[in-house]
Design a binder for this molecule. Sequence first.
Ligand SMILES: NC(=O)c1ccc[n+]([C@@H]2O[C@H](COP(=O)([O-])OP(=O)(O)OC[C@H]3O[C@@H](n4cnc5c(N)ncnc54)[C@H](OP(=O)(O)O)[C@@H]3O)[C@@H](O)[C@H]2O)c1
Length: 169
Amino acid sequence: MGENMNLIVAVDEKWGIGRDGDLLTHISGDLAYFKEKTTGKTVVMGRKTIESMPNGRGLPNRKNYVLSRNENFSAERCEIIHTDEELDNLLKNIKEDDIFIIGGESIYKKFYKKCSKCYVTKIYEDLNADRFMVNLDEDEDFKVTEKSEIHEENGIRYQFLVYENKKIK
Ligand SMILES: NC(=O)c1ccc[n+]([C@@H]2O[C@H](COP(=O)([O-])OP(=O)(O)OC[C@H]3O[C@@H](n4cnc5c(N)ncnc54)[C@H](OP(=O)(O)O)[C@@H]3O)[C@@H](O)[C@H]2O)c1
């Protein structure tokens, strides 16, 4: 597996991503953005993230790969990957920029350096997270290349940013 994948994440103002095994909040504008970016693509996630999805099923209209070390784990619409070698073999025939790393914390930390583009939704609140994404504002390899206007939903302000990895592009 090379170094030209994408990552997509929604973070609060402390780069928090989840609490008690679930998302911090549900913003329909952000869910629509996630759907638009990932539909027709390959998504890679951890076992706890798939378990937090509705009915524990893979996302429709996407190829879903789930990492788990448990040989007995299965999930509808998903291919379960147990080792890095297995993942490398499966992903090597997919165009890298069609691959999206979609979380959670352990999977973001493992792969973010291999991503050329990170689509980050910043939510301007402290939502009391217990899981976090790496703070890309403090990582000198990443710079913001796109910024949307600030949106608001149910009193929550949020913004879409794209970070590019200077080491890759
Ligand atoms: N805000 C966002 O955009 C966003 C996106 C996604 C998730 N989240 C949140 O993130 C939280 C979950 O994150 P998390 O870090 O606790 O869990 P996670 O990354 O979703 O899943 C962790 C699990 O993945 C498997 N795994 C991790 N590394 C592996 C490797 N190298 N090889 C094989 N399997 C591996 C292990 O499964 P086994 O234990 O089965 O071996 C591990 O327990 C939830 O709160 C979720 O809602 C937020």
